[in-house]
Design a protein around this ligand. Structure first.
Ligand SMILES: Nc1ncnc2c1ncn2[C@@H]1O[C@H](COP(=O)(O)OP(=O)(O)O)[C@@H](O)[C@H]1O
Ligand SMILES: O=C(OP(=O)(O)O)[C@H](O)COP(=O)(O)O
Length: 400
């Protein structure tokens, strides 16, 4: 697969750049993370080369607490590139078009969250997305489109797959390096045991990929939301929403058949938590899974016994892939699973990849160094999909 890169683009043009600045949001505040640091390299290069730059990116999903404006992202990006970054609260409306027209050489303008436009979601064919009002309006304002959002390249959304069909399209530096690293990793052959740690909140993404990796991966170590859904399928009274949470039921509806057939056909490859942690009177408490008779609390981490079972499997592995945290590690009380597994990987000389905008943050939060891991990717769902050998739709359209 080959695509044009920034080396193929003449300096000083008007470029529309898609980044992935999707970030954790705590109490309405966007948290700085490695995605800003990495994309800053691409934007700084474009600024230095005198381009007029408009940035598109998404944040969160409609209906979720993390679905917020990109105004804070513009400020964080400005700090990373040490250069002013303007923001407009429209993606392609009249004010956005006015501000784009006013761009001068070296200027950077962040457009509003692409997912606030009706045309961005849902997933549809690139041809359909390329004909949307969103794409058709913006395409004439620029000389070229640059996609740097490798970590979102598994989504067939307008800002990712529509523009390359109707504009001269290039890969940014992050797209280029992540694509090369993850493709090389997907092609690697391992003689020994291959383990995948599966957690996080996006269970649908990981379960879909697990069904394609059962020949490549010997052991799946489960936690997070997917872990609880597997426990539910195994007959435990967990893995459903209580209070007004919206993490389990919808993903169960979508995936229960796949989970049940994975358990039926590959039970010996799947390790489930034997204990779970929850908050009790402000402190961490743990409960053996076999003792749970009814879910009355939110489980926020795997328990210590589970970490003791997972760690030797990691130590015996030749390769370990991590996608998604085993618990809500941002709260130190629920970091035992995620930090425990990452520490076991860091202490072992296995080949390892840690992926995910959120999960990779745990490395620095809990005193580990990136150098202790083979590759730390800012992509989560995209990198595990790449492991299956499947081409990512956002990369495919860039290569046409
Ligand atoms: N049991 C849990 N309950 C709530 N959140 C969880 C739980 N386990 C993991 N998480 C959250 O999952 C997030 C990572 O999810 P996800 O987006 O799937 O992974 P990544 O961003 O690493 O690709 C973390 O921020 C963590 O707080
Ligand atoms: O953060 C992302 O994916 P990841 O959590 O799998 O790394 C991407 O921005 C895609 O976001 P989405 O999973 O809401 O489509």
């Amino acid at each position: 697969m080959t695509f044009q890169t920034l080396d193929d683009l003449d300096d000083g043009q008007r470029v529309l750049v898609r980044l992935d600045l999707n970030s954790p949001v705590e109490d309405g505040e966007v948290q700085d993370n490695r995605r800003f640091e990495r994309h800053a390299e691409t934007i700084s290069e474009l600024v230095d080369r005198g381009f007029e730059v408009a940035v598109m990116a998404h944040q969160g999903r409609p209906g979720r607490d993390d679905f917020v404006s990109l105004s804070q992202h513009a400020d964080i990006l400005a700090e990373h590139i040490d250069h002013p970054v303007a923001f407009v609260d429209e993606t392609y409306g009249p004010q956005a078009i006015h501000d784009i027209a006013g761009l001068e050489s070296g200027d950077v303008l962040v457009l509003e969250n692409t997912r606030m436009c009706d045309d961005e979601l849902p997933e549809e064919d690139p041809e359909v997305k390329s004909q949307t009002e969103f794409v058709q309006t913006l395409k004439d304002e620029f000389d070229a489109y640059v996609n740097d959002a490798y970590s979102a390249a598994h989504r067939s959304h307008a800002s990712l797959v529509g523009f390359p069909l109707v504009m001269d399209a290039y890969a940014g530096r992050v797209m280029e390096t992540e694509y090369e690293a993850n493709t090389a990793i997907a092609e690697k052959e391992f003689d020994g045991q291959v383990t995948m740690v599966v957690g996080g909140t996006k269970a649908t993404d990981v379960i879909d990929v697990m069904t394609h990796l059962d020949e490549k991966v010997d052991d799946f170590l489960l936690g997070g939301i997917a872990g609880e859904l597997f426990l539910r399928a195994a007959g435990h009274p967990v893995g459903y929403d209580i209070d007004d949470a919206n993490l389990y039921d919808e993903q169960w509806e979508k995936n229960s058949e796949k989970i049940e057939s994975m358990l039926e056909d590959h039970r010996d490859q799947i390790s489930l938590a034997v204990d779970l942690a929850y908050e009790d009177d402000g402190s961490r408490a743990e409960q053996a899974v076999d003792d749970i008779e009814e879910k009355t609390v939110s489980y926020l981490d795997v328990g210590s016994e589970t970490v003791m079972e997972y760690s030797p499997i990691i130590r015996d592995s030749e390769a370990v892939f991590v996608k998604g945290a085993l618990g809500m590690f941002e709260d130190e009380r629920f970091s035992v699973g995620t930090a425990g597994v990452l520490e076991a990987i860091a202490e072992t000389d296995c080949f390892s990849v840690v992926g995910g905008g959120d999960t990779s943050r745990a490395i620095e939060m809990y005193g580990m160094e990136e150098e202790e891991f083979g590759h730390v990717s800012i992509a989560g769902g995209a990198y595990i999909r790449a492991l299956t050998g499947a081409e990512l739709i956002g990369v495919e359209v860039l290569s046409r």
